[in-house]
Ligand binder design. Structure first.
Ligand code: FBP
Length: 331
């Protein structure tokens, strides 16, 4: 049996081959791993500890916050509260970023996260995730965050399903780890994961089809129409968890869509957040050979004007996303 490669060993080996690396990024990834273990533990015992249900508050977008949204956010904020690694932590659940500047004037990084992705699955024991993105600190202000997605240093997600998984990239391929609960360590499952060029599944909330532009509706219709040559149709695979669906397509190929409603201007509209959801997953998927588009352009090229900006998202295998862009252009 090959030796078990723990997350910190893998990161250290990667870091050795990275010129000029200080090890701080590695420490940040290990910290995220510890936070994810605490979140996994809270999720597993949530029904027993009264942590399910609403927190009785709303986030900056007016969405109901669940107790676990708030708890996961606190766990992540605490994770960077020492060691001077991080200047700012921005979250989907906080209107303004948390600043560590006073404690960490020398910090080199800022972190952004969606603490609990798939919130509608929390109370029904469905698939959930935590999405993260790491960017360079320039002047320690919000301006450090409002930059193109191509400026991310690292990004990834934790998937809370039957197993707890970590998938991340530092711009040198995509690596997959699983948490071994018997030793509490993330162990390497696969390095340099490649996404299939073409898939057989699609994920979209078809309950919103009435609001879509004709081009989007036509694209989804063609996925459901038997391919004249192969007779193949795509299977619908929507779990109400972006992380869960993107992870499926990372391994099997396919496309996840959360389009804008018809009439949305430019790259406006859509539900998903540019900085906490779309750009981190776009970095991962592109590193695995896939694509991520707003329907009009590459998600990673977008420079958001505000922290909680949303955008339309088509993400997945190269063939399906490129085809979607041709349909979206017809709108
Ligand atoms: P949250 O981060 O608030 O969970 O929002 C994102 C998300 O839950 C995705 O995970 C999921 O794909 C989508 O929104 C579900 O939206 P809808 O309920 O409109 O289908």
């Amino acid at each position: 049996m090959p030796a078990a490669i723990t997350l910190d060993r893998f990161i250290l080996e990667q870091q050795r081959s990275a010129a000029g690396s200080t090890g701080e990024l590695s420490l940040l990834l290990v910290r995220l791993g510890v936070a994810a273990k605490r979140i996994a533990d809270a999720l597993a015992r949530a029904g027993l500890t009264g942590s399910l249900g609403s927190a009785g508050s709303a986030n900056v977008q007016g969405e109901e916050q669940k107790k676990l949204d708030v708890l996961a956010n606190e766990i992540l904020i605490e994770a960077f509260d020492y060691g001077g690694l991080v200047s700012l932590a921005a979250s989907e659940e906080m209107e303004h970023p948390h600043s560590y500047e006073a404690k960490s004037p020398e910090a080199r990084y800022a972190v952004l996260f969606d603490p609990m992705d798939g919130s509608s699955n929390i109370d029904v024991n469905g698939t959930l995730g935590t999405i993260f993105s790491i960017r360079r600190r320039h002047d320690g202000t919000v301006a450090d965050l409002l930059r193109a997605g191509t400026e991310q240093v690292a990004a990834g997600y934790f998937l809370f399903g039957p197993a707890v998984l970590l998938v991340y990239t530092c711009g040198d391929g995509v690596h997959l780890f699983a948490l071994d609960p018997s030793i509490g360590e993330f162990l390497l499952v696969r390095r340099e994961v490649r996404m299939p060029e073409r898939g057989k599944g699609y994920a979209v909330n078809e309950g919103r089809a009435h609001a879509w532009a004709p081009g989007v509706r036509a694209f989804v219709e063609q996925l459901k129409t038997p391919d004249p040559k192969t007779g193949r149709v795509y299977s619908t695979r929507y779990s109400a968890s972006l992380v869960g669906d993107v992870h499926r397509f990372l391994l099997e190929g396919g496309i996840y869509l959360y389009p804008a409603d018809a009439g949305a201007k430019g790259d406006g509209g859509g539900k998903l957040r540019v900085l906490y959801e779309c750009q981190p997953l776009a970095f991962v998927v592109e590193q695995a050979g896939g694509r991520a588009s707003t329907g009009r352009r590459r998600v990673l090229d977008v420079v958001p004007a505000s922290l909680h900006e949303r955008m339309p998202l088509a993400i997945g295998s190269r063939a399906e996303v490129e085809l979607f862009q041709t349909y979206a252009a017809r709108a």
